[in-house]
Design a protein around this ligand. Sequence first.
Ligand code: HEC
Length: 205
Amino acid sequence: MSRNSIAHGIVQGIVLAALALASACRLDARDDYLGDKDPPHFGLGHAPSAAEIAAEDIDVSPDGAGLPAGSGTPEQGAQVYAASCAVCHGASGEGKPPAYPQLVGGPRGNVDFASDFAIPRTIGNYWPYATTVFGYIRRAMPLTAPGSLTADQVYAVTAYLLNREGLIAPGTVIDARTLPAVKMPARGRFVPDDRRGSIGGRRVR
Ligand code: HEC
């Protein structure tokens, strides 16, 4: 066999392979478009286990529904706060504006938040439900590692913040029963939003 005919044979082989590939691709594409040969399922994902659902099912209602087992005191929470929160929210919850919000120590009473957006909205002057404090921290904090705290740690740091706001006494054990009973100063400042439609009009309060 001459060098020429070897080269010729290689080229022929490549062309044939390319043709075979092209026709295979064409068939695949046609299958996709016509949907006549779709597999019954694609083998992706799996049915979630009870543990996987439980890990996602972490919402907490104002009446306490959804709160997990566990408990904590302000004193235990002080340690959690110092270790996991103070770096951003300051040693005493005073915040580091503008990036890291103040958590406690805002003005109390009939504060007109609408007149001045700079007035700090803190747990004691703005949050209507104590359960939301727990729910928010559990879902979102610490910012860089949400979900990393145990239920006991979240109860404890919630208790710490509520105590810092003067809403519970030192030593109070906060758990699924005691947390929903904490009365928040801002509770009466919120009303159900019963507007209809998305543009408001006369119905907007
Ligand atoms: C790495 C920085 C960082 C750390 C650590 C951190 N936070 Fe935050 N936190 C933030 C930022 C930023 C926001 C504002 C988020 C937003 O408004 O979307 C925030 C918001 C909050 C709020 C809501 C404040 C409000 O009134 O809107 C609470 C409560 C809170 N953090 C508690 C905690 C607790 C408790 C810890 C410790 C377990 C913690 N944070 C750790 C950065 C941090």
